[in-house]
Design a protein around this ligand. Structure first.
Ligand SMILES: CCCCCCCC/C=C\CCCCCCCCCCCCC/C=C/C(=O)SCCNC(=O)CCNC(=O)[C@H](O)C(C)(C)COP(=O)(O)OP(=O)(O)OC[C@H]1O[C@@H](n2cnc3c(N)ncnc32)[C@H](O)[C@@H]1OP(=O)(O)O
Ligand SMILES: Cc1cc2nc3c(=O)[nH]c(=O)nc-3n(C[C@H](O)[C@H](O)[C@H](O)COP(=O)(O)OP(=O)(O)OC[C@H]3O[C@@H](n4cnc5c(N)ncnc54)[C@H](O)[C@@H]3O)c2cc1C
Length: 664
């Protein structure tokens, strides 16, 4: 028993009230028994290795933090090689090391860009070096002047047939590459996106492999200016990454370093486009966006794990007669703010697993030259990326608030988690590409074409445009078909409204521009439908373990109904439900929160996170929060001396001053 009201065995009590098999839930969360075992092994490997310590990270200077990242990356690689870890194991090891670094861009974008856009010959040349870390690569697309608008990039790659070389050049300040992770200090190479100019004609953006630094002493090659773009939001956090700036002054590269799977420049300087769709140029972004969706559930589940455990420990108010106070987790307000986030963590996990499947499926089809599913994969990844990252960033901040004052301490882990996470909303775009895809689909449906995949519901247009929900009691909302119908009707009606309003505009582009806020809302409705649908589909699978499926059914209902409650205006204004049905949904939510309450701690235990990975004194598995908080405070450098530095110069003279303000 801890001092002063901290009750570690409180969590044991919470665990005893769980109405389901936690091991079974771990399997449902991880995807398979094998996945649980590998994740557990990698988490423990990292947690037990002193090189991977991260508890002092927020106190390091930028230089120390960056060096620490280099050290961790090199050590991680050594362990991967020594232990002959598989790709799955290495990815998990990276996850649990929990420190952004150049390796993310090397493996997450440089290698996939070469795989997706390089010819077989180019892959044979570059990938073995990249796989062995003989070169380190990054993804240099964004410039000082342009990020979202990729076609507006200014860097040029001009072909010089006399030397059979491209000349890479940064013609303006705004053409400086700006932001690429790993570029600032670590990378030796980059895939650089630049305007291809040959025979005097600008053929737009293409990818090029460019060496930036010497492989002997790491100094920039002639004509290459390189540096870090400076400190970023939050202490510690994303400052472990060397986001960089790059300028070229007429740097020459051989012609065969243009990535030539999509199009080629011949020895004579002729531009040739192959039969591969030009959108494959954006293929690396599709890959990374699906990993970002999977990462959303990881960040969200961490925050929720901390907030749920701490809310079970923390007590405020309650008894008027001196009896025990109430655990804050028992307050209905705490539950109504926290349990939808718990449900969202599971929802994002399952949609992330599905998106990974979709990506693999599309990749296999692309290899067989079937490009038909690419637009849907692009729309799904872009849309899910945008929706899940913004909701996760908001949710981490909400969890911080739910932890009261202690949530604001670095030792809670939440400030750093938030600061590391928020750029995910920005990088890889917050685009409205889904809306364009939806408008195209509506137009195709009007011509009688039957949509497939995640937009198949749009084919049911006759029914969905006029249906009325049959929900009559709160419990009727437990029926997944009832939920699916209203989410489909809302998404379709919002999309059709937009399409009708666009058709009234003088031109389609003007209509798009004028209606972009509505289009964004229609896109969000469609993406939320995908998440709800994938959760419902998950529940149709065989999910072993006593009580596991029942808990997931409750979480699925909470996820969908809290969205319905939050976006009630959409559902009412499109006539999908009545005000009474909205009130019934809210009534059911209250009942579901009460049912989740005894299972809450076990539901976050099922994420199977080590204390090392959580990095939070509030989220400790043993619940021994107060001694840990107290102990952490003394580790702060400010407490290294009893009397602070600066006392002699600034405090003592003030305290000893003889001069008094004349008025006093
Ligand atoms: C210290 C730790 C140690 C551990 C060590 C361990 C060792 C290592 C072991 C393992 C490690 C593993 C690590 C793996 C980690 C992986 C994690 C990865 C981390 C990621 C970090 C990310 C960092 C960030 C990177 C970036 O931000 S890169 C830059 C991103 N930029 C953008 O996102 C730009 C956004 N803009 C757009 O997306 C634009 O909207 C646009 C798509 C370019 C469209 O512009 P527009 O001008 O309209 O386009 P057009 O060219 O006209 O084309 C429109 C047309 O194309 C279709 N389209 C668009 N995009 C796509 C697409 N992606 N795919 C398919 N089609 C697309 C669009 O629909 C239009 O089609 P239609 O013409 O038919 O309408
Ligand atoms: C931490 C971090 C890491 C990054 N890593 C990399 C990397 O490794 N490689 C790389 O190449 N880049 C990287 N980036 C850059 C990133 O991809 C861009 O920041 C991102 O694509 C957004 O572009 P931008 O910064 O130019 O924003 P802008 O495009 O200038 O956006 C500013 C605002 O304008 C809005 N806006 C823009 N266009 C439109 C439109 N058509 N309609 C409506 N609203 C619009 C945006 O929504 C936003 O609200 C990174 C960025 C960050 C923050």
């Amino acid at each position: 028993m801890a001092d002063g009201g901290g009750e570690p065995d409180q969590l044991a009590g919470e665990r005893a009230t769980a109405q389901f098999d936690v091991d079974g839930m771990k399997v449902a969360w991880a995807g398979s028994r094998h996945a649980v075992e590998v994740a557990d092994r990698m988490a423990r490997l990292v947690a037990s290795d002193p090189v991977f310590r991260k508890d002092t990270r927020t106190m390091l200077s930028r230089k120390e933090l960056f060096k620490d990242t280099l050290k961790k990356a090199a050590h991680a690689w050594k362990r991967i090689v020594e232990l002959r870890l598989t790709e799955e194991e290495a990815n998990l090891l990276r996850l649990y090391v929990d420190q952004p670094g150049y390796v993310d861009l090397h493996w997450g974008m440089f290698v996939p860009a070469i795989k997706g856009q390089g010819t077989e010959e180019q892959q044979k040349k570059w990938l073995p070096m990249a796989y062995k870390f003989q070169i380190i690569g990054c993804y240099a697309q964004t410039e000082l002047g342009h990020g979202s608008n990729v076609q507006g990039l200014e860097t040029t790659a001009t072909f010089d047939p006399s030397a059979d070389e491209f000349v890479m050049h940064s013609p303006t300040l705004t053409s400086s590459k700006w932001w690429p992770g790993g570029l600032g200090k670590a990378s030796t190479h980059a895939v650089v996106y630049a305007r291809l100019i040959t025979e005097g004609k600008d053929y737009g953006i293409h990818g090029f492999i460019v060496q930036l630094r010497s492989l002997d002493d790491h100094s920039p090659l002639p004509g290459v200016t390189l540096g870090d773009i400076g400190g970023k939001f939050g202490s510690g956090a994303y400052n472990s990454m060397d986001n960089g700036v790059l300028r070229f002054d007429h740097v020459r590269i051989p012609r065969d370093q243009m990535l030539m799977r999509l199009s080629q420049v011949t020895r004579e300087g002729k531009y040739v486009h192959s039969d591969v769709p030009k959108q494959l140029l954006y293929g690396t972004m599709v890959y990374v966006r699906q990993t970002i969706v999977a990462d959303a559930s990881k960040a969200l589940s961490r925050a929720v794990c901390i907030a749920v455990r701490y809310s079970a420990i923390r007590k405020q108010f309650g008894s008027q007669d001196g009896g025990p106070e109430t655990q804050v987790l028992n307050y209905k307000t705490q539950q109504s703010r926290l349990f939808p986030l718990l449900a969202s963590a599971y929802a994002y996990r399952f949609v992330g697993q599905w998106l990974k499947w979709l990506y693999t499926d599309v990749t296999q089809k692309l290899e067989a030259k079937d490009y038909s599913t690419l637009p849907e994969a692009h729309a799904c990844t872009a849309g899910l990326k945008s929706v899940t990252t913004s909701a996760t960033a908001d949710a981490i901040e909400e969890c911080r608030k739910l932890c009261g004052g202690h949530g604001y301490l670095n030792s809670s882990g939440l400030p750093e988690l938030f600061a590391v996470y928020v750029p995910a909303c920005t990088y890889e775009g917050d685009n409205v590409q889904v809306a364009r895809f939806l408008m195209k689909t509506v137009a195709q449906v009007a011509t009688g074409k039957q949509p497939v995949g995640t937009i198949a519901y749009m084919g049911n247009i006759q029914h969905l445009m006029q249906c009325k929900s049959a929900v009559n009691t709160a419990e009727d909302w437990l029926n997944p078909a009832a939920i699916k119908e209203v989410f489909e009707a809302r998404a379709l009606r919002m999309a059709v409204n937009c399409a009708q309003n666009i058709s009234k505009a003088p031109s389609q582009e003007e209509g798009f521009s004028e209606l972009s806020p509505d289009l964004l809302e229609a896109a969000v409705a469609h993406v939320q439908l995908i998440i709800v649908t994938k959760f419902i589909e998950k529940l149709q699978e065989d999910i072993p373990g006593p009580g596991v499926k029942e808990q997931l059914q409750k979480l699925c209902s909470i996820y969908a109904l809290h969205l319905l409650h939050k976006h009630l205006g959409d559902f009412l204004s499109t006539g999908c439900i009545t005000a009474r049905q909205g009130a019934l949904a809210n009534e059911l939510l209250g009942k579901l929160y009460a049912q989740v309450r005894p299972n809450a701690v076990a539901l976050v235990d099922a994420f199977d996170y080590t204390d090392h990975y959580l990095g939070s004194v509030l989220g400790r598995y043993d619940g021994d929060v107060y001694p840990a908080l107290y102990e952490e405070a003394w580790k702060d450098p400010l407490n290294e001396t009893v009397v602070p530095d600066g006392y002699q110069e600034h405090l003592r003279p003030l305290l000893k001053q003889q001069l008094k303000l004349s008025r006093l």
